[in-house]
Design a protein around this ligand. Structure first.
Ligand code: DGY
Length: 326
């Protein structure tokens, strides 16, 4: 009998066609995302699952999967999967790094430019019919060239953002769990502790994963320490920033602006205070959303899953401890 695999959304065909050849496939077709009950039911029936960010793959769901061998994250982030529980239960967790690095860095840099040069605000003004002048002091933004970019988390995406920043003539400082010689040599990036980075940066771009250590990393104290004309960009995970503090920072002008692709709760609930503010650019979690990138993620997520089910070592394993136990 073919192994059974559950995929929690229609991922691109490039991935589904790989799976179809080898497994009995169930793709979630509901018009709302699968909830906890759905995942519990599917886990109990499946040998492997492909899930997306935000699917609540907690201990209970994992424990329901008596023949579950692998949870393949269709994302580089895996913060909604209880990796500790998966490891204890001998279930592999895999993810899709590398293939989405450039697309996500493009989006982060696009958001930086949009916030610096007030592109989204300008678009709203033109559409509303409120554009009535070209004036020497009209809608002035912030220079990018010559500005200092603080990169928080110098991983793959942090590097890729750094390369773009160099091309735009920016100075780069970074904070990360450890010093990064390549970033220092190739990007001229200077290592600083987070507190110091926030003090000197004109733009701060977040590229750290969401972990217990980074939850609420940017809160009131950090926002108050940033320059008054600085801009915060977040393409990592919403909960890395305290949204409540950020709303106050934007309203009370502790910082000049923000550009966000990720939120504590997604989709962003209607009437959220961010929606009333002109100095924040809002994007609906589009970091990896290009056709080619999503195809590559689908292939990688499918290949990771198939490798685990067939007893091979997947290319990207989050909890290798499980491998050494088998
Ligand atoms: C990821 O891969 O973690 C992204 O958030 C998806 O775009």
């Amino acid at each position: 009998m073919k192994p059974r695999v559950f995929v929690s959304r229609f991922i691109p065909d490039a991935g589904l066609s790989l799976l179809e050849k080898k497994v009995s496939l169930k793709v979630w077709e509901g018009d709302r995302p699968p909830g906890k009950e759905d995942l519990l039911r599917e886990a109990a029936l499946s040998d492997g699952m492909i899930v997306i960010p935000g699917d609540p793959v907690d201990r209970e769901v994992l424990a329901a999967g008596h023949s579950l061998k692998v949870i393949s994250s269709y994302a580089v982030g895996y913060d909604s999967i209880d990796v500790k529980a998966a490891t204890e239960l001998g279930i592999l967790v895999t993810n899709t790094p590398d293939v989405l690095t450039e697309a996500t860095a493009d989006l982060a840099f696009g958001l930086l430019l949009a916030a610096a040069r007030r592109i989204a605000e300008g678009d709203r003004l033109v559409r509303s019919g409120g554009w009535n002048q070209w004036g020497p002091r009209f809608m002035l933004g912030k220079d990018v060239s010559g500005a200092t970019l603080g990169i928080v988390g110098m991983g793959r995406i942090g590097h890729a953002v750094g390369r773009r920043a160099r091309a735009f003539g920016m100075e780069i400082v970074y904070s990360s769990r450890r010093r990064d010689e390549t970033a220092e040599k190739e990007l001229g990036a200077r290592f600083l502790e987070l507190e110091a980075l926030l003090l000197v940066s004109d733009f701060v771009s977040l590229h750290c994963p969401l972990t217990p250590a980074t939850m609420g990393l940017i809160g009131e104290r950090q926002l108050r320490s940033m320059k008054a004309d600085s801009i915060l960009i977040n393409t990592s995970r919403g909960a890395v920033v305290s949204e409540e503090a950020l709303v106050r920072a934007l309203k009370e002008k502790w910082i000049a602006g923000a550009a966000l692709d990720v939120f504590e709760s997604e989709p962003l609930p209607g009437g959220h205070p961010f929606m009333q503010l002109d100095n924040v650019v809002l994007c609906p979690h589009l970091g990896s959303a290009t056709i080619r990138t999503r195809d590559r993620m689908a292939v990688l997520a499918a290949e990771n899953l198939l490798a685990a089910i067939e007893g091979r070592i997947p290319a990207h394993v989050v909890n290798p401890e499980v491998l050494s136990r088998n």
